[in-house]
Structure formats: C-alpha cells, structure tokens
Design a protein around this ligand. Structure first.
Ligand code: HEM
Length: 187
C-alpha cells in the first residue's frame, strides 16, 4: 500500500519481514487473515506484496492520559525497542467501542487509570517489556490503536500475564475488537 505521509507506519502481514508470525488469534471480534511474516514500513512504500497480504497503518502520537508524574517514572524505567535479547514480540491491534469515544477526556482517564490501573499495573513489567503505542483512529482504519511490544522469549509468560490482567479491567469492557499477533524475530 502506498502512502505519501512520512509519519505513517505500515504493519504488513505478508510473506516476508523481520518478524515471523508465531500465532494470530482473535481475542475479541474478527481476526486477521493468515500471514507468515510481519513487515514494518516507515513512510511511503511502493513495495508490492502478494495477494492476501494485509496492511494496517498508524502514527506515533502525543500522550492522552498520562500525568507528569507517571510519565517521569515511565521514562525512567522504559527501555528502547530493539534490544539484542528481544527475540519475541507482540502486535495487538485494538478497536474501542462507540460508547468509549462518546465519553469525555476526564471520564476516559478515570476508567483508564483510576478504575483500571493500566499504567500502575503495566509499569511493573517495564524492565523486560518495551513498547510503542500507535494511533490509527483518525486515519479511518479498522482499528483505533496498533500496539507493539518486544521482549525476550523467556518473558512470554509475563507478557501473557499482563494481557490477562488488562483484559479483566473496566477499560477492556470498551474493547470491541482485539487481535493478538505473537512474533518471533528472524534469526
Ligand atoms: C509494559 C507494558 C505497558 C505499559 C508500560 C503501558 C503503558 C501505557 C500508557 C502510559 C498508556 C497511555 C498513553 C497516553 O497517555 O495516551 C497506554 C495506552 C494504551 N495501552 Fe498500554 N501499556 C502497556 C501494555 C499494554 C498492553 C499489553 C496492551 C494490550 C494488550 C496495551 C494497550 C494499550 C492501549 C490500547 C492504549 C491506548 C488506550 C487509549 O488511548 O484509549 N498496553 N499504555
């Protein structure tokens, strides 16, 4: 797929790319069609991909809900993506419901953190999970967020434990579509 916007990042499920798709499961709603690899293209791309490949696009945007204190702590504890030991990863596209988007900013923040403790719970995992949130809602695609995580294969269980905890929260009552794509980095 081609895009002229240099800020757009494309996640392409196809037959090549730096990450092998180990599994792809629909957590809620419809899944994604079968692909063996995930490619990631920053900015415009004219590369042809085979029939059946899917492309999801997003941008890295500003924070919405994080307070100054939370940001300072997250920045201190976060590690950059691409660490040599990160041989596993997860790509989780998510769409939230119309009911979520009908709320005001302060109502969403309350559900996100005061009720669901998204940051407080997940910050404990920062020593071995690195992440990047991408926003796609304003691009009009199938998902609102394309979330990206990298960790070592030895920490898959901890990653699964975090997903399990988040999916039980009030915030997740507003998730109407979620696909979990587990990845292994090409050797
Ligand atoms: C190390 C683990 C994680 C940390 C530190 C973390 C932290 C955060 C923070 C700080 C935000 C708020 C960004 C803002 O202010 O706009 C956020 C948003 C988000 N996170 Fe996480 N998170 C983690 C894991 C996860 C996981 C495992 C998932 C999915 C299963 C996830 C899904 C999301 C989504 C969808 C949003 C956007 C929410 C919205 O804007 O409505 N996060 N995360």
């Amino acid at each position: 797929m081609t895009s002229a916007n240099p800020k757009i990042i494309s996640f392409i499920g196809a037959d090549r790319g730096p990450w092998k798709i180990a599994s792809s499961s629909a957590v809620r709603g419809e899944g994604l069609s079968f692909a063996t690899h995930l490619d990631i293209v920053r900015g415009p791309s004219n590369e042809p991909y085979p029939e059946g490949a899917w492309t999801l696009q997003a941008v890295i945007s500003n924070l919405r809900y994080t307070t100054r204190d939370e940001k300072s702590k997250l920045d201190k504890d976060s590690r950059a993506l691409g660490q040599p030991e990160f041989d596993a990863g997860a790509f989780i596209p998510i769409r939230k419901s119309a009911a979520w988007w009908a709320l005001t900013q302060d109502e969403r923040r309350k559900i996100f953190e005061e009720d669901s403790k998204h940051i407080a719970t997940s910050a404990k995992y920062l020593s071995y999970i690195s992440r990047q949130l991408h926003h796609s809602r304003d691009l009009g695609g199938e998902f609102d967020f394309l979330t990206w995580f990298e960790f070592s294969a030895g920490h898959v269980d901890q990653f699964d434990e975090l997903c399990y905890a988040l999916r039980k929260t009030k915030e997740w009552e507003f998730v109407e579509r979620e696909v979990e794509v587990k990845l292994v980095r090409n050797a």
